[in-house]
Each structure stands twice: as structure tokens, then as C-alpha cells.
Design a protein around this ligand. Sequence first.
Ligand SMILES: *[C@@H]1O[C@H](CO)[C@@H](O)[C@H](O)[C@H]1NC(C)=O
Ligand SMILES: *[C@@H]1O[C@H](CO)[C@@H](O)[C@H](O)[C@H]1NC(C)=O
Length: 150
Amino acid sequence: MEEFGCVRILVLLISAITLGSCVNIEDCGSKIGNFSNVAVTNCDHSPVCILRRNTNVTIQFDFTPHTNIQKVKSVVHGIEMGIPIPFPFPDADACSHGLNCPLFKGKTYSYRATLQVLKKYPRVRVQVKWELKNEDKRDIACLLIPAQIK
Ligand SMILES: *[C@@H]1O[C@H](CO)[C@@H](O)[C@H](O)[C@H]1NC(C)=O
Ligand SMILES: *[C@@H]1O[C@H](CO)[C@@H](O)[C@H](O)[C@H]1NC(C)=O
């Protein structure tokens, strides 16, 4: 769990202090839910999360829907120089990958997913935009994670 430490601490202190060496994960427009306790592999000791090619990166966080939800789809983009590029993510149907759907308003759920960082990806700085969308394509959670593919 040690590798997750820095992100956790930052989330707690996010508005109070600038921690130069930590990753600042932003809310990019969660509409019908909120999230907390974000943890991403290899996100400590650096201002960005390091996505090593040929490895799998795990992202996890807790979220609470503000409405009842039937279906949850994970939508992942890498934003490079302002342009969102879809990240291939085969486990997009979150209800068949860990979540017990339907989800209920006001209840807190844990989300966990594994992203494959393929060898063919370019070594670039990207912002990973990770969204959970409901059946009406509204954002339950939207996370923006600064990252570097290495
Ligand atoms: C990453 O995950 C994929 C799919 O689950 C698996 O096939 C692969 O062996 C994993 N790679 C590593 C480096 O763990
Ligand atoms: C979402 O917000 C509610 C109300 O502010 C809070 O009680 C809850 O802990 C938050 N959920 C998460 C997962 O952060």
C-alpha cells in the first residue's frame, strides 16, 4: 500500500497546502456523484503519475452516487496537448467488473480498475481523464490525473 501514500495525503490536504512532489488529482466535472480516497499505482514521489509501458496500473477510489444508477461505464481518455484520445479499456462495463449494480443514491462504493499501459504507447505527458458514466451518459465521477508515460 505504500506506493499509494502520497496521493492519499494530498487528497486530504488538497486545498490547504501545495505539496510540490505530489500528484494533484482534479475533479473534472462529477455531476451526479462525488469521489474520494483516490489511489493510483506509482503516483508518489513525483508531480505526475508514472505509467510504465508494459505494466498494469491500478486506479481505485470511493464514490457516492447522488441518484440511483442502473449501469456504469468507465470511459478513459488520455489528453495530450488538449486533445482527448480514447484509451483502450476492455473492462468498460463496471457493473460486470467489480460493481454490484444497480447502485443506490447516497451509498458509497469502491471502484477499482486495472489499465494496461501498452508497450506501443508514446512516452508523453498526458492527463488521464477517468470517467464513470451512468446509463444516460452523465458523469457520476470524473477524475483528471496528471501522468507521464515512460
Ligand atoms: C496486465 O493485465 C493483463 C490483462 O489482465 C494481463 O494479461 C497481463 O499479463 C498483465 N501484465 C502485467 C505486466 O502484469
Ligand atoms: C460525497 O459527499 C457526501 C456529502 O458531502 C459525503 O458525505 C460523502 O462522504 C462523499 N462521498 C465520497 C465518496 O467522498
